[in-house]
Design a protein around this ligand. Structure first.
Ligand code: NDP
Ligand code: MG
Ligand code: MG
Length: 331
């Protein structure tokens, strides 16, 4: 059974009075830092010079180098891009952690795949909001919160669970509910979701639909509207009320077609391929490919990005969105 923690299940706010260094001030960093501070925690920022550092200063934080902030703090929350965490940890964080400190993440990738091998005398846990940073901050200011996951990887002090819950309460997560998981489960389900369904699955389903219509002689503009633009309406309905609300809202024709044709497209073959993707996540093959490519200057990553940008759907979409000024393209 899933275990959920709320405000009143955090018996001891063990991080109150401790110094928390939020490393990175991007999507997650700015939200964690501000929510923790508003909840009375002592927060400093560790970041390189640049746009994020300027933002943190404008928000009235004390800003230090990553090394200096890690040295001063009892709790080091690593909110850097996943592919940079290993190098920055080695160079600036590792030697500045003392016994009994907490090393914290919002995603388990680097610990789970052994990129970062923490010393045995620090607590290691994760607190991962289930939403982007701007939503983590906005909901907090409005008085609610985005639900979070938490997991303990290493309990050196005997207080790692209390520390994790204290952190989760600090960012607001316990207002909505914080679900207990493991580094393995958080990492593998997160990667699978984004690869098989949310990002990889959706983009390639849309492109295949677009190509099918265009190759059959239909106008690309109509294809774009039918397979990409209208996706938002459907996803919004599923977000609000699951498959049921979506199916209640569409026409009977659309619902009937859903049942008849959906299984012809997403066949048991597709599910078998999903299992292959999951296997590569579980055995570390995906992580190895990502890390190796990063060490090689992301050559393959940049090649694939350029290839996808060249797809006809990009050009058609750019033209059509210009006809719809009500879509805020910079949101
Ligand atoms: P962002 O890319 O938004 O922010 C990264 C931050 O790291 C920026 O402030 C950037 O500063 C800084 N940074 C990058 N390189 C360096 C460096 N070499 N030295 C110092 N600072 C550096 O990342 P996210 O907030 O999206 O992700 C952070 C973590 O949170 C990841 O582990 C991610 O998986 C996790 N997460 C993200 C979620 C999301 O929705 N975004 C949701 C849940 C978890 P600069 O401006 O100088 O580049
Ligand atoms: Mg992810
Ligand atoms: Mg239609």
């Amino acid at each position: 059974m899933v275990k959920v923690y709320y405000d009143d299940s955090v018996k001891e706010d063990t991080l109150k009075g401790k110094k928390i260094a939020v490393i990175g001030y991007g999507s997650q960093g700015h939200a964690h830092a501000q929510n923790l501070r508003d909840n009375g925690h002592d927060v400093i920022i560790g970041i390189r010079a640049g746009k994020s550092a300027d933002n943190a200063k404008a928000d009235q934080f004390d800003v230090f180098s990553v090394a200096e902030a890690s040295k001063q703090a009892d709790v080091v929350m690593v909110l850097l891009p996943d592919e940079n965490q290993g190098t920055i940890y080695e160079a600036e964080i590792k030697d500045n952690l003392e016994a009994g400190n907490s090393l914290v993440f919002a995603h388990g990738f680097n610990i789970h795949y052994d990129v970062i091998k923490p010393a045995a005398d620090v607590d290691v846990f994760l607190v991962a909001p289930k939403g982007p940073g701007h939503l983590v901050r906005r909901t907090f200011v409005e008085g609610s919160a985005v639900p979070c996951l938490f997991a303990v990887y290493q309990d050196a002090t005997g207080e790692a669970t209390q520390n994790a819950l204290s952190y989760a309460k600090g960012v607001g997560g316990t207002r909505a509910g914080v679900i207990e998981t493991t580094f393995k489960e958080e990492t593998e389900t997160d990667l699978f979701g984004e690869q098989a369904v949310l990002c990889g699955g959706t983009t390639h389903l849309v492109q295949a639909g677009f190509e099918t219509l265009v190759e059959a002689g239909y106008q690309p503009e109509l294809a774009y509207f039918e397979v990409l633009h209208e996706l938002k309406l459907i996803v919004d309905l599923m977000y609000e009320g699951g498959m049921e609300k979506m199916r209640n809202s569409i026409s009977n024709t659309a619902e009937y077609g859903d049942y008849v044709s959906g299984p012809r497209v997403v066949t048991s073959d597709v599910k078998a391929h999903m299992k292959d993707v999951l296997t590569d996540i579980q055995n570390g093959n995906f992580a190895k490919g990502f890390i190796d490519d990063n060490n090689n200057g992301f050559k393959e990553f940049h090649r694939m990005r350029a290839e996808q940008k060249g797809h006809q759907i990009t050009e058609v979409g750019n033209k059509l969105r210009d006809m719809m000024p009500f879509i805020d393209q910079n949101k």
